[in-house]
Design a protein around this ligand. Structure first.
Ligand SMILES: Nc1ncnc2c1ncn2[C@@H]1O[C@H](COP(=O)(O)OP(=O)(O)OP(=O)(O)O)[C@@H](O)[C@H]1O
Length: 583
């Protein structure tokens, strides 16, 4: 299905940078402190070799013991200050990046949650999920790296400035390393991409083989496949190890090239220094300082070059996050008056729908449901019942036509208004992680314990909730106290009761239950429907028969519409279904 192709955009490099920069600017105090301490740390670190050069000159010129001791004391002080300031700057920069990242994550999540559900659906839930999990994780992980890159960059710039201040001719000698770096980076970067991708793929195959072996343990035993399976895992492990070795060898080549560059650069600096000292244009101390500065440049420079790849892939993850923020979402119009509990009808005019590029599944459906009226939708599987109910409930918009809830066009309702106007229970009911009370309060955060108990009583769930180890405070959701599908549906209905909307859409609310629980759920649905405008997708005809009107659907159209008894008397499709059901 083409619905799985991602339609969520990926931001351009410029937008990504601008958005991240905006997040960083939200923390100006941290930003200034980070830049200030990084500059101070690098400055103090550059002072150490300069003072060492001075010490050499003092020794050469037979300086006094006092001046030697004083310079040594300054060296110690600068070294200590550099160490403390470097630690502080690392911490500050990491904190700065982490906060910006947290803001970005919130913004992305908020955006994803407010996004039009049809858009989310056609993007494929996997795409959105991987953006708000893997990509956020990758960006967060990279913050520590980025903090290192930031301090390395400041150090390189400050050191080069120190270098140039010492003697520009020695600084010029340093430039011989550039061609070596450019050559190794251009050769290594595309190779590294391939090698790391192959390494990840081989590791993935190994994990997959291990999982299928363990997952299919019974089959493996039953067919005596243990030896063959372990050979397959062994081969995959060997491939993964080989791929890892190739990646490590590739990196070692690059590290070697950096060592060559250092050797070449140091030789050039010393040679230039030697010639300058011989010509009387420079002192031995200055050349010593230049050589030391050059040496300490290599740590941060190497860090910048090595992290080139990681920074690129973190940038790619960031672009996917910023892409989510770029999607238009309906604004939260807090000033809108809540639709309230006043009776509200539902009107659909010429509604047609198709999923992604598929065929039309609803054709020109028009219907008017009066305030307080209940309408059952029945029909064969694939007739379009769920699609029509979802469109009437505002779950996603129809590709054509219009729907009014309580006299207002769905498109004009803010997400908050929509939620207050219509409550929807779909075929997929979720129990969210947290306590049972948390799960219920998703619908009404301010509900008191009494409200929660009343809602549970209404849907007939008070008995089993009271029997739970900690009642409403029992943790539910994945890995916690198990909740049966029927109980999960009761909770979904209780959430609707707490939300108290004037319109409800129940899509097969009783279909999940076994025959014993089905009746209980039917009672719960009837209780929730009472006093509201209701649209019920009903597979059980008893439920349909209890509604004011029934719409029979076939191939995306309403083919019969009327009061259940009238439809039975008319002897059409519903009458056939009813007769079959009662047999
Ligand atoms: N997300 C989707 N993407 C593409 N096609 C879909 C999607 N959901 C439903 N359809 C198609 O739309 C048509 C109507 O489906 P719908 O679920 O609305 O019917 P239904 O009457 O509720 O069926 P059932 O009783 O089996 O749930 C079917 O042909 C179905 O395959």
């Amino acid at each position: 299905m083409s619905a799985q192709t991602s339609v969520l955009p990926v931001a351009t490099g410029r937008t990504t940078l601008a958005t991240f920069w905006q997040s960083l600017r939200r923390h100006p105090a941290l930003g200034w402190a980070s830049v200030g301490t990084s500059l101070a740390a690098s400055g103090a670190a550059v002072v150490v070799p300069l003072l060492l050069g001075r010490l050499v000159d003092l020794v050469v010129a037979d300086g006094t013991t006092r001046s030697l001791l004083l310079t040594s004391a300054w060296i110690l002080g600068a070294g200590f200050a550099a160490a403390v300031l470097t630690g502080a700057s690392r911490w500050l920069v990491t904190e700065w990046g982490m906060r910006a990242c947290a803001d970005l994550r919130e913004e992305v999540l908020d955006h994803a949650l407010r996004m039009d559900s049809a858009r989310l659906e056609s993007a494929g839930s996997g795409d959105v999920a991987s953006r708000v999990t893997d990509d956020v994780e990758q960006v967060t992980d990279s913050i520590r790296l980025a903090a290192g890159v930031f301090t390395a960059l400041v150090t390189v710039l400050v050191t080069i400035a120190g270098f140039a201040a010492l003697d520009w001719r020695i600084a010029a000698a340093f430039l011989v390393v550039l061609p070596v770096h450019v050559f190794s980076l251009r050769r290594f970067t595309p190779r590294a991409k391939r090698l790391y991708a192959a390494e990840r793929q081989a590791a993935g195959v190994r994990t997959q083989r291990l999982l299928t072996t363990f997952g299919g343990m019974r089959t493996v035993h039953a067919y005596g496949m243990a030896q063959r399976q372990s050979q397959r895992v062994e081969r995959a492990s060997q491939d993964a190890a080989d791929a890892r070795l190739r990646a490590v060898r590739g990196f070692l080549w690059f590290a070697n090239m950096m060592n060559y560059a250092e050797a070449i650069g140091l030789t050039a600096v010393l040679l230039a220094g030697f010639l300058l000292v011989r010509a009387g244009d420079s002192s031995v101390g200055d050349v010593t300082a230049a050589a030391l500065l050059f040496h300490r440049l290599f740590g941060p420079l190497g860090m910048l070059l090595v992290s080139f790849n990681d920074v690129q892939s973190a940038g790619a993850a960031l672009a996917r996050l910023v892409g989510v923020i770029g999607v238009d979402v309906p604004a939260t119009r807090s000033g809108d008056a809540p639709a309230g509990r006043a009776a509200a009808g539902v009107t659909a005019k010429s509604v047609s729908h198709r999923y992604a590029d598929g065929p039309a599944v609803l054709h020109d459906v028009s219907i008017e449901i009066a305030a307080g009226e209940s309408l059952a939708i029945v029909g064969a599987s694939g007739a379009g019942k769920t699609t029509l109910a979802a469109i009437l409930g505002g779950v996603f918009p129809a590709t054509d036509g219009a729907v009014w809830l309580g006299g207002r066009l769905i498109g004009d309702l803010s997400p908050t208004d929509l939620r207050r106007t219509v409550g929807v229970v779909t075929q997929e009911v979720h129990v969210f992680a947290g306590t049972l009370a948390d799960d219920l309060r998703l619908a009404a955060p301010d509900a008191s314990e009494d409200d929660l108990h009343a809602a549970l009583r209404l849907v007939g769930a008070d008995g089993w909730v009271a029997a739970l180890p900690a009642g409403l405070a029992t943790p539910v959701g994945d890995g916690e106290h198990p909740v049966t599908p029927g109980q999960a549906q009761q909770l979904a209905l209780a959430r609707i009761a707490l939300l108290d909307p004037p319109i409800v859409v129940l899509d097969e609310a009783s279909a999940e239950a076994g025959s014993a629980g089905a009746h209980q759920l039917e009672l719960a649905s009837s209780a929730v429907i009472r006093g509201r405008t209701a649209i019920v997708v009903a597979h059980r005809l008893t439920q349909a028969h209890a509604c004011d009107r029934v719409a029979v659907m076939s191939r995306g159209r309403i083919v019969e519409l009327g009061r259940p008894d009238d439809l039975v008397a008319a002897g059409g499709r519903y009458a056939e279904l009813w007769a079959a059901w009662r047999r």
